[in-house]
Design a protein around this ligand. Structure first.
Ligand code: DC
Length: 229
């Protein structure tokens, strides 16, 4: 059967990774969470004091890029891939609020994007892959056979994220999460390099009022159509 590239882009906390993971499992495709890669570089920068209260030490981080080794390994318990930073499993650490608060500032640095886009293109070169992020359909794989652009209202997304973080025991208010979602939207959409935009040939899925099952069925059917073309 023909193998395709499925690019799932969209706003933060729209459930991109949930649908992308399920899709990859159903189709027996690889799954790559590119946000995890930007989060991992952010964690490295935080741990190496390259981010002060308001600013990233951009030049020092660029010089350190060769020291940042990112890879994914399958976690059978979760049935998904965990991200590793220089051999350490950082899957849980990168989801925490201190990383979320700084990741947009890291993701707008050209050299960081260059490095991560090259890794993503290498991982996906044989197709049979579902990749989620912000620029997959527009920059990483402009030739992807299926491009989905997922969105939902900022309130709905913040509520979903808030419930997730509470479940993990983070001490946080809805308002803090809501502000983080809105500020990431703003930075992600307005940055000069690879801003979050809907690719011309992407299909928009607004899931504010859709169940996870409904959106999964919708996207799976689109994928099946492309695979049999
Ligand atoms: O998908 P996420 O929320 O884990 O992504 C974390 C941040 O990384 C998000 O604020 C935008 C950035 N990102 C990006 O710029 N390009 C990607 N392909 C994926 C994520």
């Amino acid at each position: 059967m023909k193998k395709i590239i499925i690019a799932i882009d969209g706003h933060s906390s729209t459930g991109k990774s949930t649908v992308a993971k399920k899709l990859a499992k159903t189709l027996n495709y690889k799954y790559v969470d590119t946000g995890a890669m930007y989060r991992t570089v952010t964690l490295y920068a935080l741990r190496n004091n390259l981010i002060s209260v308001a600013e990233v030490e951009e030049n020092k981080l660029i010089s350190a890029l060769n020291d940042i080794n990112i890879n994914f390994e399958y976690n059978p318990e979760e049935n998904s891939n965990d991200v590793f930073l220089n051999g350490e499993n950082v899957e849980n650490e990168i989801r925490k609020m201190h990383v979320s608060d700084h990741v947009s500032a890291i993701a707008k640095i050209d050299k960081v994007r260059e490095k991560l886009v090259a890794i993503q293109q290498e991982i996906g070169k044989d197709k049979g892959i579902v990749m989620d992020g912000r620029d997959i359909g527009s920059v990483v794989f402009p030739e992807a056979e299926l491009k989905i652009f997922m969105t939902a209202s900022a309130e709905v997304r913040a509520e979903r994220r808030y419930q997730e973080l509470k479940k993990k025991g983070e001490n946080i208010t809805f308002e803090e999460v809501f502000q983080n979602v809105k500020s990431r939207d703003e930075v992600d959409s307005s940055r000069a390099n690879s801003p979050l935009i809907q690719a011309k040939d992407a299909i928009k899925v607004d899931n504010s009022e859709m169940s996870q099952d409904q959106q999964f069925e919708l996207i799976l059917n689109l994928a099946k159509e492309r695979i049999k073309d």
